[in-house]
Ligand binder design. Structure first.
Ligand SMILES: [Zn+2]
Length: 210
């Protein structure tokens, strides 16, 4: 290094600070999406592995680089869903939701579904198409009465991470294709006449209704 000066040092230091802030942002957003990273602004193996895992579960190119698509997925916030939409529809047999409420990770997936739906099938009115929760939590008694599976994710997940959804104006087939991508490592029930089942069971499962 020939020139050593205050200005060279400060330039490099500012660049380093900038990089650290950017990495901290990535770590904070990953934590929002359920990871448990130390927010120190240092790009180590843990951060890179988390980025790769995040990309894998979101159906993105797994390259460990936070580019445009990964940034967009990291920016997703829970904004369009309320816990009350997922309440059990039984006549007061339960408290409405499991003890741990509704999974934030699950809501984030639904936000992604909603964003994708509105990208591919824009609402002509410009208001944005809603994702309707047809069925969320089901207590044991209600699940039985509705003829649900004995180990239904609607019943056993706690926090709740399962729902039957529909989008007015979008066919269950088209909605199913989106869910198939976004719930890559979860459960998706396809081929239904009105709804698509989605859940965050932590492993891939696919089945067809009718
Ligand atoms: Zn109930």
């Amino acid at each position: 290094m020939d020139n050593i000066s205050r200005s060279i040092y400060e330039k490099a230091f500012n660049k380093y600070q900038e990089a650290k802030e950017a990495v901290s942002w990535v770590q904070e957003r990953l934590n929002y999406h359920g990871y448990r990273l130390t927010v120190d602004g240092i790009w180590g193996d843990k951060t890179e592995n988390a980025v790769r895992q995040f990309q894998k579960t979101r159906g993105l190119v797994v390259d460990g680089i936070v580019g445009k698509d990964t940034r967009k997925a990291l920016e997703v916030q829970v904004a369009h869903f309320k816990d009350s939409e997922f309440k059990c529809k039984c006549p007061g047999w339960c408290n409405g939701l499991p003890s741990k409420g509704v999974s934030k990770g699950f809501l984030l997936r639904l936000e992604q579904v909603r964003a994708e739906v509105n990208k591919l099938y824009p609402d002509p009115s410009g208001k944005g198409r809603p994702v309707i929760i047809r069925s969320g939590y089901r207590c044991e008694r209600w699940n039985k009465q509705q003829g649900g599976a004995a180990k239904s994710q609607h019943m056993i997940s706690n926090p709740l991470a399962a729902a039957d959804i529909l989008v007015p104006g979008v066919t269950p087939n088209n909605l199913g294709n989106i869910c198939d991508r976004i719930f890559d490592d979860g459960g998706v029930g396809l081929g239904g006449a009105t709804i698509v089942h989605v859940d965050n069971r932590g492993q891939r499962a696919r089945w067809w209704y009718n």
